[in-house]
Structure formats: structure tokens, C-alpha cells
Design a protein around this ligand. Structure first.
Ligand SMILES: [Fe+2]
Length: 289
């Protein structure tokens, strides 16, 4: 881990990684799209095309006209080393979550992913324990909304690079183990999730960068030191900018996003009778490989 370019003290490894990374940044979201003829039986060429996109930018968009069901999505994800599903509250028995506007009157009603409201920048599962971080995920569009429901996407390694270029101390601040606190989640006076404190940037055992982040202001406590405040502001400035590193895409039916939990947001949307947005989401503890 100490020779990882993501370690803030590794200046030479960083410079070399930075040069290579910037040469590979896809110019547009179209470069990320890979056609897959049959999702149940992807060819070696299709798999390697997706891996190539992910190696460059931690994400790829696959597009298929074949029939897709939950088993097909699981089998497809497994081609990329994504095997261990996070079974969250909204997932069905198979651990796959159907994201759609909920007619339920229970907790889903107040939980934004099940509404049509916009969702600000985040990585998935930032509130999970450090042992159960979401490293890889798949989002598959069954039906697109009548209007809206676009995602913005930003490779978290580029967000890291941006901050590292401004000030390596920003990285050190955001690697502090108590930099971001998500207070306990209480429903009806019952604690359904205790306080979670942790870093924004982590380096895993194999030297890869992982990010935990949410732009939401309510229910997040940032460490009250100057560097943290400046680093968070610089990150927000990047995400709110017109940077060419930010891709905007509306997944169409048959298209899916596969990524190493990059930063993303979602615009609000409007459903119609024929176009009721339905996306399947699979969250994994594994990183793609
Ligand atoms: Fe998300």
C-alpha cells in the first residue's frame, strides 16, 4: 500500500500515475459505451472492452438488446469479479434493488432513491461500515423516465487527482479516520444504524483508491479543521463545475452502468403512464477486476 500512487507521500509514484491517467481520460461518455450482444453470454472481446474502459476511468456503459433478467445481471457482473452483493433494506431476496417511484407508505416514501427527486453527488453506501464498503456496482435501465433521471458521473480518481494537485494536505485531511461523520439513523426512536465515522479517501490492500462521500448537508458532520473545510469546498467546486471530466448520461432501456463506485448524482424526473422509470441496482463489496 505504501507504494500506491494514492499515498499522499508518494510524489514520484503519483507523478507517473498522473501522467498516464490524464492521457487515458475518455473525451466523452460515448467512449465508455460497449455493445453486448447477449448479456447472458458476453464474448471475450466484449468483456475485455468493458475492462479496458474501467481500467481507464473506473466505469463503462454496456448496451444490449438481449433479454435481461436478474440472473443475467448477476452472471454478467460475475464476469468482472463482482460476486458479493450488499443486501440492503430495499433489495429483494436476491440482493438486487428495483429503483422506482414507490407507492409504499412506509420508509421508502421518505427515502429519496424511491422518489423522483434529484439526488446530489455521492458514492453508494458511504454510510456502510468500513468492512462493508461498496466497491463495485451495476445499474441497469429497464424503463427510462418520460423526462429527466440523468446521471452525472465523475471518476473518483480524477476528483482525487484534482485535490492532490491543489494541495496534498487536502488528501491527508480527507484520509483522516474521523473526517466525515454520519450520525445514527433513527426511525420511530429506534436506532436502525449507529453513528458512522470514517475517511473520504481510503487505499485498499491492493493499493486501489476507494471513496466515501455525500454532498448532502443534512445529517453529515465534517471535521471542523481548516484543511478539511477547504478540501470539501474544492471538491464541491469541481463537481459543480463544467469540467470535461464530468459525464452526463441518461441510461436508456437496455443500457447499464458498471463501475467501481464512482461519484455520481441523479437529476429529478417525471414519469408517465408508459415511461415509469425502473432501474435495477446491484451493489457489491468487490471491486471490478
Ligand atoms: Fe447512487
Amino acid at each position: 500500500m505504501n507504494n500506491s500512487p494514492f499515498h499522499p507521500d508518494n510524489e514520484s509514484a503519483y507523478q507517473q500515475w498522473r501522467r498516464e491517467k490524464l492521457l487515458q481520460v475518455p473525451a466523452s461518455v460515448e467512449e465508455l459505451v460497449v455493445e453486448v450482444r447477449d448479456l447472458k453470454r458476453p464474448t471475450a472481446a466484449e468483456i475485455s472492452a468493458i475492462k479496458e474502459r474501467c481500467a481507464r476511468s473506473n466505469m463503462a456503459v454496456f448496451a444490449t438488446e438481449s433479454d435481461v433478467d436478474r440472473q443475467a445481471l448477476m452472471a454478467f457482473a460475475a464476469c468482472f469479479g463482482l460476486n458479493h452483493l450488499d443486501r440492503n433494506e430495499g433489495a429483494d431476496d436476491e440482493g438486487i434493488t428495483a429503483l422506482t417511484v414507490s407507492a409504499d407508505s412506509g420508509w421508502r416514501k421518505t427515502y429519496i432513491p424511491y422518489t423522483n427527486r434529484p439526488i446530489s453527488w455521492h458514492t453508494d453506501g458511504y454510510y456502510n461500515t468500513l468492512e462493508q464498503q461498496i466497491r463495485g456496482m451495476v445499474l441497469f435501465c429497464e424503463t427510462a423516465a418520460e423526462e429527466g433521471g440523468e446521471n452525472a458521473l465523475l471518476d473518483h480518481e480524477l476528483a482525487w487527482l484534482h485535490l492532490r494537485d491543489i494541495n496534498a494536505d487536502y488528501i491527508r485531511a480527507l484520509m483522516q479516520s474521523d473526517v466525515m461523520l454520519i450520525p445514527a439513523n433513527e426511525v420511530d426512536d429506534k436506532i436502525v444504524r449507529p453513528d458512522r465515522s470514517g475517511p473520504v479517501f481510503l487505499i485498499d490492500k491492493s493499493g486501489h483508491l476507494h471513496m466515501r462521500y455525500t454532498a448532502r448537508r443534512r445529517n453529515i458532520l465534517w471535521k471542523n479543521d481548516v484543511l478539511t473545510q477547504e478540501a470539501v469546498a474544492a471538491l464541491q467546486e469541481l463537481m459543480n463545475s463544467q469540467s470535461a471530466w464530468i459525464y452526463r448520461a441518461k441510461l436508456q432501456p437496455g443500457q447499464g452502468l458498471m463501475c467501481n463506485n464512482v461519484l455520481h448524482d441523479r437529476t429529478g424526473f417525471t414519469d408517465s403512464e408508459q415511461h415509469r422509470r425502473l432501474l435495477y441496482r446491484l451493489r457489491f463489496y468487490d471491486r471490478m477486476n
